[in-house]
Ligand binder design. Sequence first.
Ligand SMILES: Nc1nc2c(c(=O)[nH]1)N[C@H]1C(S)=C(S)[C@@H](COP(=O)(O)OP(=O)(O)OC[C@H]3O[C@@H](n4cnc5c(N)ncnc54)[C@H](O)[C@@H]3O)O[C@H]1N2
Ligand code: MOO
Length: 406
Amino acid sequence: MRTVDEHLAKLLDLIGPLQPYDQPLLESLGLPLVDDVVSPIDLPRFTNSAMDGYAVRAVDVQGANREFPVTLPVVGEQAAGSSTPTALTSKTAVKIMTGAPLPSGADTVVPIELTDGGDADVQIYQARRAGENVRPSGEDVAAGEIVAEAGTVLGAREVGLLASLGFARLRARPRPRVVVLSTGTELREPGSRLDYDSIYDGNSYMLAACARAAGAIAYRVGITSDDPREFADVLNDQLVRADLVVTSGGISKGAYDVVKAALTDVGTVEFAEVAMQPGKPQGFGTVGEEKTPIVTLPGNPVSSYVSFEVFVLPMLRRMMGKLPYRRPLVQATMTEEIRSPSGRRQYLRGWFEVSSRGARVTPVSGPGSHLVAGLSRANCLVVVDEDETALHVGDTAKVLVLDRDF
Ligand SMILES: Nc1nc2c(c(=O)[nH]1)N[C@H]1C(S)=C(S)[C@@H](COP(=O)(O)OP(=O)(O)OC[C@H]3O[C@@H](n4cnc5c(N)ncnc54)[C@H](O)[C@@H]3O)O[C@H]1N2
Ligand code: MOO
């Protein structure tokens, strides 16, 4: 049996980062930048007022108070976006709004609450220091400065900054298009009627959701039967829109293992056993003229989920240019004992929490790879290495905390 790490290395070899292109800014949310972004402008663009009030020279209002206000003539008004620059001479004031350019000659702004709010003349009730309530141009960003480095994953704050700098589009790698197929004659679409031995197709929904949560575009094709010909036809039809195909089921040792039957000796697909639990049977390779990568996951739902986490998620991240490829392991203290057979890396479902006592993890659900409700109650996977057979209360466990950005 090959190890998880050996298998993952082979999968990562199968694909590379997708070709970047200019994407609309909002579409690049969650994607890493391909290039450093250099600011074309200063931010603030121009020196402006932080308050609604009066732009003045600090020396002209020195010593002002409610008993002895300083009175100045109001020589103009400056609103944000009015496009007409104003200037101010000694011992005058310009009425100004928040965000409006500071008139030349002014060096401070007296908030309107500290004046009588006059239009022709204004009484100033409190002195301000030079620079108070003034937002200097370039204070935040200077033109020519690198504001975001290549590799930065764009979140809401970065998108806000880049829009503020005038970027409508950015070079980023496309989201991989993932075609998800589930196989099994026993499967039925949710919402349809069940026969006595049929079950609903949970996996194609779960895997499509996993792909979407990873930042990919998921095409859930749904169910194909255990007929290898039908599977091969559906697969061929889908290749045109796939950067990666992910299948579930039909790869173990049963009489109707459709994926294995259809893909053995086709393209470069190979089937292997990986020293992990769940997720022992695995397959991968390329199919079709374009050599589209395909990963065939086991049908047991928990096996499918864990295989996606461990193998497909790193592939999608590599295609998008996101680092690291693998979800980081964190340490947590076991609150209960767990046992594990040696020779296979175990991924046990757990509940991870951080409190004043530190990070702790508690096993959730049994180890059966059919226990989907148990899986849904977990928020992490406890990773027990191949050579470990037990973790005791108080031991430090390695944990993959699910659903977190990294
Ligand atoms: N003789 C052996 N039998 C099995 C072995 C083995 O080594 N020797 N390995 C077991 C392991 S481990 C796994 S995992 C499974 C993998 O089997 P397949 O990938 O071929 O999957 P299926 O047989 O098609 O299905 C397994 C199980 O999962 C259910 N299933 C399948 N698809 C879905 C779906 N879309 N939604 C919900 N449930 C699904 C299916 O009904 C089966 O119960 O093989 C073991 N057997
Ligand atoms: O290894 Mo299978 O993937 O346990 O259930």
